[in-house]
Design a protein around this ligand. Structure first.
Ligand SMILES: [Cu+2]
Length: 130
């Protein structure tokens, strides 16, 4: 009796403790992993070519990029390059390019609708290939 008691009770008890510890460790790992994922903002940077002319274009381009979800947007009038930073879970180059075409600015991915382009102020009518 004494032998079976110690053989059965003590191992059972310690197994339970081991199980509890394993559960605790697993939960801790999951929590740590999830927290890390949440904290890791997948910030990306990109440069896209956007056709435009002047400082009015610059303002329009940067506003459109930000409205499409970029964190920062900086268009260079002479190089025609738009530098953006964005959270990849919120937006992407495709979305930004579409937003730019929607306000009249051609990108390599999307061209602006001729109606929208024609409605731009004269100073903003950047040269357009056919
Ligand atoms: Cu302009």
């Amino acid at each position: 009796m004494q032998l079976s008691f110690s053989n059965l009770q003590i191992p059972k008890f310690s197994n339970l403790e081991v199980m509890k510890s394993i559960k605790f460790i697993l939960v801790a790992i999951i929590v740590a992993f999830t927290t890390q994922l949440g904290a890791q903002k997948s910030t990306q940077t990109a440069s896209i070519k956007v056709w435009g002319n002047c400082s009015t274009c610059k303002a329009r381009i940067e506003k459109a990029a930000k409205s499409a979800g970029t964190t920062t947007a900086n268009w260079n009038e002479s190089s025609k390059m738009l530098k953006i930073t964005f959270d990849a879970s919120k937006t992407n180059i495709d979305k930004v390019s579409k937003a730019l075409a929607a306000v009249g600015h051609d990108t390599e991915k999307y061209k602006a609708d001729p109606k929208v382009y024609n409605a731009l102020p004269g100073c903003c009518k950047y040269p357009r290939g056919k």
